[in-house]
Structure formats: C-alpha cells, structure tokens
Design a protein around this ligand. Structure first.
Ligand SMILES: Nc1ncnc2c1ncn2[C@@H]1O[C@H](COP(=O)(O)OP(=O)(O)OP(=O)(O)O)[C@@H](O)[C@H]1O
Ligand SMILES: [Mg+2]
Length: 404
C-alpha cells in the first residue's frame, strides 16, 4: 500500500509491470506511483531491474524487450499504446531523462552545445538566438565553467564529470514534468554533486517530479520523498524516506544500509597499516612519473594547462589514490601513464623502462603488464561483441590460446 493511494491520479502510475528480454523475465510485477512535485528513489543491488524499469517509462526498455503491465501511465496517458512518434514527442519534452552509462552514448561528432540544444529545437518554439542563450544558461546552471567555450567542444574533449553535467543540462532543458535520472551524480565530485542536487531540488520545488536511481544513500536521503528497494526484479520494500532509512523491514534493505554505513573510510588498523608500508618501502618502483606537463587547446585556440608538473611514484604492492575535483586532470594523468596520450614535458618509467621512448609495438607488449578500467566502461566495449568474445579476445591478446 503506498501513500499515493489517497491521490487518485499520480503523475506516474505503474501496476504489475513485467519485462522480459527474449523470453527471459527480469522484472516480475512492479508497482510504483509518483505524484507531482515528489521524488521517488529506486535503490537496490546491481541487476535488480532499476534501470530497466526506468527506461520503460521513456519507451527505451531495450532491444528484444517484451513489456506488460496492468497500468503504465504518465499524466493520465496510457504509455502501453504509444507509437515511436508519440514517444519522441514525450521524450526530452515532458519527460527528461539521464540514462545510466549515457556518457558513452553521446554522439562524438556533435558539439556539446548542439546536444543540449536538441530538446529545445524539437519541443519549443524558441528562435536560434534564444536557444543559444538558453543552452549557455543551462550549462551555467549545472556548473559547467566557461559555457561558451564548452558548448563548442565535442564530448570526448570533456572530462567525465563535465559530460555528465552536459547530459543533465540537456535533460532539464525543457523543464520536464518528470525527470528520470539513473545514477546522475556518480561521476561528480562532492562540490559539483551538491550543486546538481540543489538544481534537482529546485526543479522539484516547481512541482516537477523526479524518478531517481541511485546507489548513493546520502543522495537518496537528501532528495527522495519515497524509496522503493528492488531485488531480483521485484520491489521488496517501499515507503517514505524516513521509514526506509531509519527503520527498514526487509533484511536486504537492512544489509544495504549497514553496508553503506560500513564503507565510509574503512582502513586497516594502524599497526597493520604501518607494517604494510614498511615492507612496501623495500619493494621496487613499478611506475614513476616525473614533471608531467599537459595542455589542451580550447576551441578559442588558447592552450589550457591540465597537468602542471605532476610527479608520482608507485612501488610494488602499493595502492595510490588520485583524487581531485571534476576536470582536474585525473583521467588525463591515467592516459599518459598508460602511454595513450603524450605529455608535452616529463617522463614516465614503467618497470624501469622509459615508456615514452618505446616504439608502438614495444608499448603494446609492455601494456600487457598494465590493466585499466576506464571511467565509461560501456564506451570501451564494442557493442557487437558478446561478453564471451570480449574476454576471449583479451586473453588471446595476452597470449592465452583460444579454447582454454
Ligand atoms: N537490453 C537488455 N537485454 C537483455 N537483458 C537485459 C537488457 N537490459 C537489462 N537486462 C537485464 O535485466 C536485468 C536488470 O538489469 P538493470 O539494468 O535494470 O539492473 P539495475 O538494477 O539497473 O543494476 P545496476 O545497479 O547495476 O545499474 C539484468 O539481469 C540485466 O542483465
Ligand atoms: Mg542500472
């Protein structure tokens, strides 16, 4: 029973939603309601069906999906009967959405400004000049510095956090009645995240609704009115945010909350840590960077310094954390250490070898000793490859014969 039962016409009304992919059921009868001006948060373990449920509300469940529901309605409109043209009218206009992994799906050939402008072009009567000003205003609202410069850049010229903000700007461009945000703040540092949360709160205060998917219970606590916990394709528990976060009934929700409390800054006990560091000191240096400088040329032709005299050293068995605000150069540093990008100045030594002096073939060979998990994992896979093929090719690259 939900609090929305008292209100006969919620903005979003989902009853007994069932979704299968090629006959395999993944969502098994979900009931959710969302009223105007409210924020509903979907939480729950990975693979539980949160994103599939959210995508279904914009008609993007996925290829091969079969969707069934007793009721699936937005603002009184039956979504089960919509054709592609109806969806296009709704999407980006009255329903804005930021998909999970959307970073990788940004069109690499389209400038950021055009990306943000698209919903304005499709859904509003604004003139070209009005749209241009609105795009700059939106970029500013989501905390993108130098919006004039950024609007003229391509997505791959932006850091992950900046791209995430551009996506949010595009999603809120038409002031949608419903904003669906699937993990909207995962790539953002604490200060930008706070700014985005302010903005979302502001949208909600103007009677717009928010459906949010988040693993971050602090974000949920701040924004949500109502929380639904999903597991294995069903909602195991739902209730007001106070009820769920303070007095969860379902054992799974209790574990989720305990895990969230435990994860904060856990470190081994001090003596153990000291011991680890003592032994590590004698270990050989695996990776060393000295005096790295890197600048990118902006669309105004001016170079922008991204790395200014960065040095680091990593010994065998050590873990080095690189932290810093969004756009501060962390991923660029990572790409230089991998030899995927060249610095203007400075050196990188990998196991004593000068990385930058190696030929491409030698670098490829050396790269087998380094593994990387990129920020946008979806973008690093070929969408036509199965998981099996991705793993088999990686093993083949490392010299493991096929069939093993
Ligand atoms: N396009 C698709 N084709 C086939 N199966 C899919 C597709 N999209 C999702 N699934 C499956 O549906 C199930 C639910 O996935 P979903 O993406 O909704 O999980 P989630 O709760 O959002 O997880 P996470 O927290 O990891 O984002 C998973 O088993 C997933 O593999
Ligand atoms: Mg998801």
């Amino acid at each position: 029973m939900s609090i929305f039962e008292q209100h006969p016409a919620p903005l979003v009304d989902i009853r007994d939603l069932r979704v299968s992919f090629n006959g395999v059921p993944v969502v098994h009868g979900v009931d959710l309601q969302l009223r105007a001006g409210q924020c509903l948060a979907l939480v729950g373990e990975s693979g539980s069906g949160k994103s599939v449920t959210a995508r279904t509300l914009v008609g993007l469940t996925g290829a091969g999906a079969q969707v069934q529901a007793q009721r699936l309605a937005f603002a009184g409109q039956d979504l089960r009967r919509l054709g592609e043209a109806d969806w296009q009218r709704l999407r980006g206009g009255r329903i804005g959405f930021v998909m999970q992994d959307a970073l990788g799906s940004l069109d690499p050939l389209r400038r950021v400004g055009a990306e943000v402008e698209e919903p304005l072009l499709l859904h509003t009567p604004l003139s070209a000049e009005q749209r241009r000003l609105r795009v700059l205003e939106l970029l500013r609202q989501v905390g993108v510095p130098e919006p004039e410069v950024r609007a003229r850049q391509y997505p791959w010229q932006l850091s992950g956090g900046l791209r995430q903000r551009a996506l949010i700007a595009s999603a809120i461009a038409c002031q949608p009645r419903l904003l669906i945000a699937d993990e909207p703040t995962t790539a953002l540092d604490a200060t930008v995240q706070a700014q985005i949360l302010d903005l979302l709160e502001h949208l909600r205060a103007r009677d717009n609704s928010l459906l949010m998917v988040s693993h971050d219970l602090a974000v949920v606590a701040r924004l949500a009115d109502w929380v639904a916990v999903m597991r294995h394709g069903v909602v195991v528990e739902q209730g007001s945010v106070e009820q769920i976060l303070q007095d969860p009934q379902d054992p799974y929700t209790q574990r989720l909350l305990n895990a969230a409390r435990a994860v904060h800054f856990q470190r081994p006990a001090v003596p153990a840590l000291a011991l680890v560091e003592d032994t590590v000191e004698e270990q050989p240096v695996v990776l060393e960077a000295r005096g790295l400088h890197k600048a990118f040329v902006g669309p105004d032709g001016q170079p922008r310094e991204v790395l200014n005299d960065v040095s680091l050293q990593l010994r065998a068995g050590q873990t080095l954390g690189v932290v810093g605000e969004s756009g501060s150069g962390k991923s660029t540093l990572g790409r230089i250490l991998l030899g995927l990008e060249r610095p203007e100045q400075g050196s990188v030594h990998l196991a004593g070898q000068d990385w930058l002096a190696l030929s491409c073939a030698q670098q490829r060979q050396a790269r087998q000793g380094i593994q990387v998990v990129f920020q946008d994992p979806l973008a690093s896979f070929d969408p036509r490859y199965t998981v099996l093929r991705v793993l088999t090719e990686a093993l083949a690259q490392a010299g493991v014969p096929r069939g093993l």
